[in-house]
Write a protein that binds this ligand. Structure first.
Ligand code: GDP
Length: 316
C-alpha cells in the first residue's frame, strides 16, 4: 500500500538514478507537496538548441513517458532526424530522438523570448502532466567541466556521452557556479520542506552542482533534522555510470562513511542497501538499511515509502 504523506517533500535529483526515486516519491506525495530541484550543470547547446538532459529525464520519468530501457529519452521515440544529420556528413554523438526534439525546440524558443528556465520548465512539465513541481536550481548558466588525463578539459557531455566516461578524471568544477544564484522558488521550497531527500544520483556530477549554487548549502544547513541522502552505491559499486570510477579517480571513497563525510553538515541520515549492511555500524549519522535497487516501478514506490516513513520518524 502506498504511504501517502502530508509532508512537504523536496528531492534533489540529477538524471536517471535520481528520477527513479523521484518517480516513487511522486506516487506517495500529493502533487502540490512535491518539489524536485534539478541539476542544470549538464545543460548544453547543440545545433543551436538548449538541451537540459537532467531536467528532461526527471520530467519524462515523472510524467510516465520515459524510455524504460534507457531511463532517458522518450518511450517509442525514433531517430530519423539523426539519420538525416548523418546523411549530411555529421557524426552525431548525442542521441536526440525525433519527439524529444520538440522539447528542445520549445525550450530554446521560449528562452529566446525571455522566459526563465524555471518558467520554461514549468510550462513543459505542465503540458506533459508531470506530477509535482520541477525547479531548476538556478536560472543562470552553470556548466560542469571535467579535466581529463587523455583529452584535457572537456565539457560534461563530451566526457559523459562522446567519450562514454572512459577518460581518467583529474578534476571536476562547475563553471559559473560562483556567480549564479539559486532561484527564490528553489530556496523557499527548501525552507518550507518537512523532508529533504538527496536522490541516489551521482554525488559529484549531479548533486554537487546543485549544492555549488550559492544559497543552496546555506539553506540546507539551516534545515537540520529533515535531510537524508540515498546512496547510489550498492555493494561498493555504482548501479550504472561513472560514479564509482570517477570518485576513485578524485580520491573520494564510496562507502557509506565516505558518503557521509562527503555530505557532512548537510544530511541527518543515510539510506544504504542491504549489500552494504556490514558498514552501517561505522556511520556517524542514523542509517536505514533496505533494498535500494529500483528495477521496477514497484521498487521505486517501495523505496520512496520506506525513506519517507523513516525520515518522518527521525524528526519525530
Ligand atoms: P545521470 O545524470 O543520468 O547519470 O543520473 P543520476 O546522477 O541521477 O544517477 C546516476 C546514479 O544513479 C549512479 O551513480 C547509479 O549508481 C545510481 N542508480 C541508478 N539506479 C539506481 C538504483 O536502482 N538504486 C540506487 N541506489 N542507485 C541507482
Amino acid at each position: 500500500m502506498v504511504h501517502v504523506t502530508e509532508s512537504r517533500v523536496v528531492a534533489l535529483a540529477g538524471g536517471v538514478g535520481g528520477a527513479k526515486l523521484a518517480y516513487g516519491l511522486a506516487q506517495c506525495v500529493p502533487s502540490e507537496r512535491l518539489t524536485v530541484i534539478g541539476n542544470v550543470a549538464d545543460d548544453f547547446t547543440l545545433y543551436g538548441l538548449h538541451i537540459s538532459p537532467d531536467l528532461d529525464t526527471v520530467m519524462y520519468t515523472l510524467a510516465g513517458l520515459a524510455n524504460p530501457k534507457t531511463g532517458w529519452g522518450l518511450a517509442g521515440d525514433s531517430w530519423q532526424m539523426l539519420d538525416m544529420l548523418t546523411r549530411y556528413g555529421e557524426q552525431p554523438w548525442f542521441r536526440l530522438g525525433d519527439r524529444d526534439l520538440a522539447t528542445h525546440l520549445l525550450r530554446t524558443q521560449w528562452l529566446a523570448a525571455g522566459l526563465s528556465l524555471t518558467e520554461v520548465t514549468a510550462r513543459l512539465a505542465e503540458a506533459l502532466g508531470m506530477p509535482g513541481r520541477l525547479l531548476p536550481v538556478t536560472d543562470e548558466p552553470v556548466r560542469t567541466m571535467v579535466e581529463t588525463v587523455e583529452h584535457g578539459t572537456l565539457g560534461f557531455q563530451e566526457y559523459f556521452v562522446r567519450h562514454r566516461w572512459q577518460p581518467t578524471v583529474r578534476q571536476v568544477w562547475y563553471q559559473g557556479a560562483g556567480d549564479a544564484r539559486a532561484t527564490d522558488a528553489a530556496l523557499s521550497a527548501l525552507r518550507a520542506a518537512d523532508v529533504i531527500v538527496f536522490c541516489p544520483s551521482n554525488p559529484v556530477l549531479s548533486i554537487e552542482p546543485i549544492l555549488a549554487v550559492p544559497g543552496v548549502r546555506q539553506a540546507l544547513q539551516a534545515r537540520r533534522g529533515v535531510c537524508v541522502a540515498v546512496s547510489p552505491f550498492v555493494g561498493g559499486k555504482a548501479v550504472k555510470g561513472p560514479a564509482d570510477k570517477l570518485m576513485g579517480e578524485l580520491g573520494l571513497g564510496i562507502t557509506p562513511p565516505d558518503l557521509i563525510r562527503y555530505y557532512v553538515g548537510l544530511i541527518d541520515g543515510l539510506v544504504i542497501d542491504e549489500a552494504d549492511r556490514a558498514l552501517a555500524g561505522e556511520c556517524a549519522v542514523p542509517v536505514l538499511v533496505t533494498p535500494t535497487l529500483m528495477r521496477s516501478d514497484a521498487d521505486k514506490v517501495h523505496l520512496a515509502e520506506k525513506v519517507l516513513h523513516w525520515v518522518e520518524g527521525l524528526h519525530g
